[in-house]
Design a binder for this molecule. Sequence first.
Ligand SMILES: CC(C)(COP(=O)(O)OP(=O)(O)OC[C@H]1O[C@@H](n2cnc3c(N)ncnc32)[C@H](O)[C@@H]1OP(=O)(O)O)[C@@H](O)C(=O)NCCC(=O)NCCS
Length: 171
Amino acid sequence: MLLDLGDGLRIRPWRRDDLDALLRHANNPKIAGNLRDQFPHPYTRRDGIDYLNYVRAMDVPMSLAVEYEIEAIGGIGFKLGVDIARLSVEMGYWLAEPYWGRGLTTRAVIAAADWAFGNYGVVRIFAIAFSHNVASMRVLEKAGFEREGLLRRSAIKNGLVLDQVMYSKVR
Ligand SMILES: CC(C)(COP(=O)(O)OP(=O)(O)OC[C@H]1O[C@@H](n2cnc3c(N)ncnc32)[C@H](O)[C@@H]1OP(=O)(O)O)[C@@H](O)C(=O)NCCC(=O)NCCS
């Protein structure tokens, strides 16, 4: 798959040769601090190799690279629901800090969500942000997601119990 969003922005599967860019951009506590603990900090070479091996082995791509100009600068991942939630998919994303504030993630999330509806055959895409993550909530709002509610004290991150906000887009 390849989504060409124009102006050098693309979404595509991760490749083995993304390792250097992945290590350079992912090793950032401001990124890991807003994601699940499965996104480690520090982000070691071993983490990068394991991650690329894991996502490249998937039959159906669930984890995609955001490429800008010459290299991967972020990721968008999906997790399909099971059982009665099987028509829902959760979306998560991150972007390398030097590229923040240019609207790139918003464009990527819009395109990836459109693609996910068709590709996974789901009727709901949701994303959950820590309630202090204003930039991510703004991305979701700009991308047409609706805020559904506050999940009180629903996460623990770096030793702090946090509220999260649930956003979704449905079809
Ligand atoms: C969240 C993240 C993906 C945003 O990426 P980005 O490319 O900078 O996003 P965009 O440029 O498309 O949009 C960001 C918006 O948030 C706004 N914003 C950023 N920081 C803000 C702040 N502290 N207060 C208010 N608004 C803020 C920007 O102004 C922009 O909105 P605007 O276009 O109305 O001005 C990026 O910061 C990131 O990777 N963070 C760490 C990982 C993360 O939080 N992932 C999401 C987990 S739910």
